[in-house]
Design a protein around this ligand. Structure first.
Ligand SMILES: Nc1nc2c(c(=O)[nH]1)N[C@H]1C(S)=C(S)[C@@H](COP(=O)(O)OP(=O)(O)OC[C@H]3O[C@@H](n4cnc5c(=O)[nH]c(N)nc54)[C@H](O)[C@@H]3O)O[C@H]1N2
Ligand SMILES: Nc1nc2c(c(=O)[nH]1)N[C@H]1C(S)=C(S)[C@@H](COP(=O)(O)OP(=O)(O)OC[C@H]3O[C@@H](n4cnc5c(=O)[nH]c(N)nc54)[C@H](O)[C@@H]3O)O[C@H]1N2
Ligand code: SF4
Ligand SMILES: [Mo]
Length: 756
C-alpha cells in the first residue's frame, strides 16, 4: 500500500505494507529515509491489525538490507560459488534440466515447496505453473510436516482440502486451544492480529480460555487454565468428549443438522472411548473431561481450536477431524462464536473443487518407490524425499527444485536428506539465502525481498477470523531482475524442453492465466459462467503477472464485480483505494453453500478416517513410558530463516531443551548443563532449561536451528547456530492417514554429558 505521504523532509516518506511473515498479516507503517527503512511501526489505522506489530515485523528493513541476502544468481562448481548473470544462471538451469530429462526422463524431476510460498503471492500463484508445465506428478512440501491432516479431514468432510473452518475468536466466550501457542506463532489457521488480546477480552467478559498442551506456554499464562496433556493423545481426549456428548445426551446439532450424514457413525465409533478409558493415556482425569464437555455445551458461544500440535503428531488426522466433530456435535459449528468458514475477498485455487475426484476423495492412487507410501492429495510424506534421492533404481529423483524451503532443517530425518542432496544431478533453489539446503544447489535463483515486491494475501485471507482485503505496493523497487513468477514459468518451460532463449514469458503467462479464465467461464458456480474468454482477457491488454491474477481473483470472488455484472462489486483497483485495508465484516454461516462434497452434505464420520480408530484404541492401552520430545516456536523466530537478523537472536540462547525439574533431577541435570538427547534416529547436544512449565515425561526443543553446517552463508545465524531437532525425527513416524510427519511425541533419552 503506497500512501507515499511525504513529510517535512522531502527525503523521508511513510509507506504502508502488510507484513508477509505470518498469518497475523499486520499492517505496517514504514518510514523510509533516502531509500532505506529507518523505522517500522504498526499502522494504527489498519482496519484489521489496528497498530499491532510483533518484533519480527519491525525487522523487514533489516531483512532487506541483510548483506547475506542474495541479490544475484549463484552458480556452484564443487565447493566454489560464483555470482552469475541471470542469463548465465538460466542457461545453466537449462543445461542441467535438459541433461537430466534426456538421461532419466521427467519422472526423475520433482520439487519441494516451502512455507514462505504461502506468504508470497507471486510464488503462490505461479508455483502451479512450474508443476503443471513441468509435468511434475508428485510434489513434496512443508505441508506434510504441517497441516496435511487437516487438509485430509476437510477434503473428506467439506469436499475440498482447503475449506478449513476457523474459530470465530473475536465473538466467542470459551475457547479450547489445543496444540497451538499463539503467544509465539501469532495464530495459525486462525489468522488474527493480536490473538492474546482476544484472550484478554474473553477473560474480561467472564469467559474462559483453556490451553490444552504438554507445556505451560506463554498462551497458557494468558489463559484461564492450562490443562496438560500427554503428547499424541488429543484424539483420545476428543473421542472421550464425543462419548460424553452422546452418553449424557448433550448433542446439539443446531441449524447444520439437516446437512449432516453419519452422526450415528460417530456415536458408534466413540462408544467405548469413555473418559475412564482415555484418562491413563491422556493423563486427564475422567471427571475433568466430563465437566469440560458439559461446560462446552452450556456455553452458547464456544469453540474448540487445534493447530500444529494436533497435526504434527502420531494421530494427526483423527485429532484434526475430531476438533471439527466436537464443534459440530456441541452446537458450535457454522454459528457465531463457534467454528466458521471465512469468506475471503478473492477466489482462490484453494476453493477449487478438484476435478480429479467427482465421486469423493481417494488416496493412495500411487505409491512411493522406496517405502511404498501412498500419495495423499498428490504428495508423499516429506520424509520420503531423502530415500527417493539416495536409493538407486528406476524413478530415482535426479533433479530437485527447492522453492522457498529449507528441508535440511525442517524435514524429519534431516541428516539423511543433507547427505542425499549432493547426489542429485541437478538441484535448483529459488531462495534468498545460501543456507543449509541451498548450499547443495547447483544454481540459486534469488527472489525479491518482502519490500521489493507487492503483497496480496491470496491464500491466507481464507483462514482469518474476520474478512478483510489489503493490497501493498512495492516499497523499495529492486533493480531490473526477474520476479519469482517469471522464474517459475521459465523453469516450467525448460522442463517442457524449451531453451531459455526461446521462452516468451508473456505467451506462457497469458496461457496460464487464460486457463483459469476458461475454467471459470465453463464453471456454473462462477459469476462469469458462460462468458467469453476473450471478453475477459480484453480487460487486461498489456497486463500480466500476479497482479492480473489478483484482480481476476477479486472480481470473480464473493464480493467481486464479475466484470461489470455487479458494478458496485470489488475490483483490485477499488481495494487499492483503501491503503489501511477494507473491512468486509465478520464471518457468516456458510453451510450448505460452501460444501463441495459429491452429495452436498457433510460426512461427519468419513470411513477413511474412522478406519484409523483401531490404531488409536491401541494407543489408549500403551503405557506412558520414558521421555517424549515435542517442538516449540518463539515469537522472535520464524521456522528456520530469521536467525540472521541480529536483533531477533540477541540475548539468551533460545535453542534449549526445556525439561521438568523431576526429569532433570533424576538425570543429574541442572539449568544450563549440556544434555545429550538421542532418539532411534540421531543425537544432539543442547543446553537444558529446567522448568515446571513442562509436563513430566515431556521435553521441548525448538525447530528451525542448526546453522553450523559447512558452506552456509549466514554470518549472524552462525553465531547462534543451535541444534537441528529434526536430526532426531524418525522418518517413518507419521500420521498414517495423511502421511504427515509426527515431529511431536518422539521417544528420546536425555543424559548429562558430564556423566558419559
Ligand atoms: N521438528 C519440527 N519440524 C518442523 C516443524 C515443527 O514444528 N517441528 N514445523 C513444520 C512447519 S509447520 C513448517 S511450515 C516447516 C517449514 O519448512 P520450510 O518451508 O522448508 O522452512 P522455512 O524455514 O520456512 O524455510 C523457508 C525458506 O524460504 C526462504 N525464503 C524466505 N522468504 C522467501 C521468499 O520470499 N522467496 C523465496 N524464494 N524464498 C524465501 C528462506 O531463505 C528459507 O530457505 O517446518 C516444519 N518442520
Ligand atoms: N514466531 C513464529 N511464528 C510462526 C512460526 C514460527 O516459526 N515462529 N511458524 C509459522 C508456522 S509455519 C506455523 S504452521 C504456525 C504454527 O502455529 P502454532 O500451532 O500455534 O505453533 P506452536 O507455537 O509451535 O504451538 C504448538 C503447540 O503444540 C504443543 N504440542 C506439541 N505436541 C502436542 C500434542 O501432542 N498435543 C497438544 N495438545 N499440544 C502439543 C506445543 O507444546 C506447542 O505449544 O506458526 C506460524 N507462526
Ligand atoms: S505478528 Fe509479527 S510477523 Fe506476524 S504479521 Fe504481525 S508483525 Fe508480521
Ligand atoms: Mo507451518
Amino acid at each position: 500500500m503506497s500512501e507515499g505521504s511525504t513529510t517535512e523532509d522531502s527525503l523521508t516518506e511513510t509507506r504502508l505494507r502488510t507484513c508477509p511473515l505470518c498469518e497475523a498479516r499486520c499492517g505496517l507503517e514504514l518510514t523510509i529515509e533516502e531509500g532505506s527503512v529507518t523505522l517500522i511501526r504498526g499502522d494504527k489505522n489498519d482496519v484489521w491489525s489496528k497498530g499491532y506489530v510483533c518484533p519480527k515485523g519491525t525487522t523487514l528493513g533489516k531483512l532487506h538490507d541483510d548483506p547475506d541476502r542474495l541479490r544475484v544468481p549463484m552458480i556452484r562448481t564443487g565447493t566454489e560459488w560464483r555470482e552469475a548473470t541471470w542469463t548465465e544462471a538460466f542457461e545453466e538451469c537449462e543445461r542441467l534440466l535438459h541433461g537430466v530429462v534426456a538421461e532419466h526422463g521427467k519422472g526423475s524431476v520433482t520439487a519441494y515447496i516451502g512455507n514462505p510460498t504461502a506468504h508470497n503471492f507471486s510464488l503462490g500463484r505461479y508455483v502451479g505453473a512450474l508443476k503443471g508445465m513441468g509435468g511434475i506428478e508428485t510434489l513434496y512440501s512443508a505441508g506434510t510436516v504441517d497441516q496435511w491432516p487437516k487438509n485430509v479431514s476437510c477434503a473428506l468432510m467439506y469436499g475440498q482440502p482447503w475449506k478449513i473452518p476457523v474459530p470465530d475468536l473475536q465473538r466467542t466466550d470459551l475457547i479450547w486451544v489445543m496444540g497451538a501457542n499463539p503467544h509465539a506463532s501469532q495464530g495459525s489457521l486462525m489468522g488474527c492480529a493480536d490473538v492474546l488480546s482476544e484472550f484478554d477480552r474473553i477473560l474480561d467478559a467472564g469467559g474462559r480460555v483453556v490451553v490444552i498442551d504438554p507445556r505451560r506456554t506463554g498462551s497458557a499464562d494468558r489463559a484461564s487454565e492450562w490443562l496438560p496433556i500427554q503428547p499424541g493423545t488429543d484424539a483420545l481426549f476428543l473421542m472421550a468428549v464425543c462419548n460424553v456428548l452422546f452418553a449424557d445426551d448433550l448433542v446439539n446439532l443446531g441449524a447444520v443438522a439437516e446437512h449432516l450424514d453419519n452422526v450415528d457413525g460417530v456415536r458408534d465409533a466413540c462408544a467405548d472411548f469413555t473418559p475412564e478409558f482415555v484418562a491413563g493415556a491422556t493423563r486427564i482425569p475422567a471427571d475433568t473431561i466430563r465437566a469440560m464437555t458439559h461446560e462446552l455445551v452450556a456455553t452458547e458461544k464456544a469453540v474448540v481450536y487445534g493447530r500444529i500440535g494436533l497435526c504434527n503428531q502420531e494421530f494427526g488426522t483423527l485429532a484434526s477431524w475430531l476438533v471439527d466433530v466436537v464443534n459440530i456435535l456441541s452446537g458450535h459449528f457454522d454459528v457465531e462464536g463457534g467454528l466458521m468458514f471465512p469468506r475471503a475477498v478473492n477466489w482462490s485455487m484453494t476453493r477449487m473443487k478438484s476435478s480429479d475426484f467427482p465421486d469423493g476423495y481417494e488416496f493412495g492412487r500411487w505409491h512411493s518407490r522406496v517405502r511404498g507410501a501412498p500419495e495423499v492429495l498428490g504428495q508423499f510424506p516429506v520424509s520420503c524425499m531423502a530415500e527417493e534421492i539416495d536409493t538407486p533404481g528406476d524413478g530415482q529423483i535426479k533433479a530437485l527444485f527447492t522453492v522457498a524451503g529449507n528441508p535440511v532443517i525442517s524435514a524429519p530425518d534431516s541428516g539423511r536428506l543433507d547427505a542425499a542432496l549432493p547426489q542429485l544431478d541437478a538441484m535448483i533453489s529459488v531462495d534468498n539465502w545460501l543456507n543449509e539446503t541451498t548450499r547443495h544447489a547447483h544454481v540459486i535463483l534469488p527472489g525479491q525481498s518482502g519490500l521489493e515486491q507487492p503483497h496480496f494475501d491470496d491464500l491466507l485471507s481464507h483462514f482469518t477470523v474476520r474478512n478483510t482485503a489489503h493490497w501493498s505496493d512495492v516499497v523499495l523497487p529492486s533493480d531490473d531482475r526477474p520476479e519469482e513468477w517469471e522464474i517459475m514459468i521459465r523453469l516450467g518451460a525448460m522442463l517442457m524442453g524449451m531453451k531459455n532463449a526461446d521462452i516468451d514469458l508473456g505467451t506462457f503467462d497469458d496461457g496460464y492465466f487464460g486457463a483459469f479464465v476458461q475454467m471459470h467461464c465453463g464453471d456454473e458456480a462462477s459469476p462469469i459462467y458462460g462468458r467469453d474468454v476473450d471478453e475477459i482477457m480484453a480487460f487486461y491488454e498489456g497486463a500480466g503477472g500476479p497482479e492480473r491474477f489478483a484482480d481476476f481473483a477479486v472480481r470473480v470472488g464473493p464480493y467481486g464485480d464479475a466484470y461489470g455484472t455487479d458494478p458496485g462489486g470489488l475490483t483490485l483497483a477499488k481495494i487499492k483505494e483503501h491503503p489501511h485495508g477494507l473491512d468486509l465484516g465478520p464471518m457468516i454461516p456458510e453451510v450448505p453453500g460452501i460444501l463441495d462434497t459429491p452429495n452436498g452434505r457433510i460426512d461427519v464420520a468419513p470411513a477413511y478416517i474412522t478406519a484409523d480408530l483401531d490404531r488409536l484404541r491401541d494407543r489408549a492401552e500403551r503405557a506412558n513410558d520414558g521421555l517424549l520430545l515435542i517442538s516449540r516456536r518463539h515469537v522472535r523466530s520464524n521456522n528456520s530463516w530469521l536467525h540472521n537478523v541480529k536483533v531477533l537472536v540477541k540475548g539468551k540462547d533460545r535453542c534449549t531443551l526445556i525439561i521438568h525439574p523431576d526429569d532433570a533431577g533424576s538425570r543429574g541435570l541442572a539449568d544450563g548443563d549440556v544434555a545429550v538427547v538421542s532418539s532411534e534416529n540421531g543425537t544432539v547436544e543442547v543446553p537444558v532449561e529446567v522448568s515446571d512449565e513442562m509436563l513430566t515425561g515431556v521435553v521441548s526443543l525448538p525447530h528451525g536451528w542448526g546453522h553450523n553446517l559447512d558452506g552456509v552463508r549466514l554470518s549472524v545465524a552462525a553465531e547462534h547456530a543451535g541444534v537441528n531437532n529434526n536430526l532426531l525425527a524418525p522418518p517413518a513416524f507419521v500420521d498414517t492417514p495423511s502421511g504427515n510427519a509426527a515431529v511431536n511425541g518422539i521417544s528420546v533419552e536425555v543424559t548429562n554429558t558430564s556423566l558419559i
